[in-house]
Design a binder for this molecule. Sequence first.
Ligand code: AHG
Ligand code: MN
Ligand code: MN
Length: 336
Amino acid sequence: MSISLTRYLVEEQRAKGHIPPELRLLLEVVARACKSISHAVNKGALGGVLGSAHTENIQGEVQKKLDIIANDVLIEANEWGGHLAAMASEEMDDIYSVPNRYPQGEYLLLFDPLDGSSNIDVNVSIGTIFSVLKKTSSSTLVSKEDFLQQGSQQVAAGYCVYGPQTTLVLTVGDGVAMFTLDSEQGSFILTQDHVQIPLETQEFAINMSNMRHWDKPVKQYIDECLLGKEGPRAKDFNMRWIASMVADVHRILTRGGVFMYPWDKREPLKPGKLRLMYEANPMSWIVEQAGGASTNGKMRILDIKPKELHERVSVILGSKTEVERITNYHLESQSI
Ligand code: AHG
Ligand code: MN
Ligand code: MN
């Protein structure tokens, strides 16, 4: 018997009461948008979706056509349903309040519409990341401040990976479930529930070309992995780097591992490359819900109080014992 996303959400609500109808609508609409993005991704050159849009986002990154297409798909799908107050995205400088012609709901949706943009044109896995918060102020005017909540306040988080299969991964705070898109039926079908990341790993993901810019604790950890059987870890390690956080995290949820995009000396004033609100927070919650851990080296990412919508953060996440080891290296280097 196959369980669709809709059935999963209805039955979760019936059993535990943590997915009210408006949240279910929101999650189904996001899933529908992901289906549509998946369709555009699959068409590739035939759909004219590859290449640069020749515009820049607020982070100074050149936008790809698909960054903009995916952003538009998510906005158009979500603005009319009455479940949202506002949205925020990597590809929009400011928040997007639901237009007055539509009813306003109480949820806030944040997304990285297209993660791993550098992979689009080379036909390698990419994804969409999303995070859902609840508006706490009673004012009908939504402001950026409404969004500046800790990751621990999220009510739902997920990502969709567009790879050999299109897979939607979701948490509403009760474990992690994976749904595979059945393109013939056009629906997401539950293919794994209660996902658990193995505690230990022999695989790490980091962009090694930045090695000379790393801080001491990160360098120490990777040096020890590279020494393999002959080193202090007494085992060989393997390395993967897909350059799409979605795809790297998906591998870690599937077979374990540790993912790092740490602070480095290239731009010392920036806390890191990845964005807190729509990349690190949703991924950190998913990883924790699957028994893993996530830190910026100094504190749990989900406890960081954001100051900016597009705030950046250093990210170390994955198998718990490895993340704890890297955290200890950070603590030791602070005490010197
Ligand atoms: P985005 O495409 O949304 O800007 O995100 C890309 C991010 C992340 O997904 C990935 O892990 C990292 O950037 C890759 O960075 P490098 O190219 O520096 O390796
Ligand atoms: Mn991204
Ligand atoms: Mn992106």
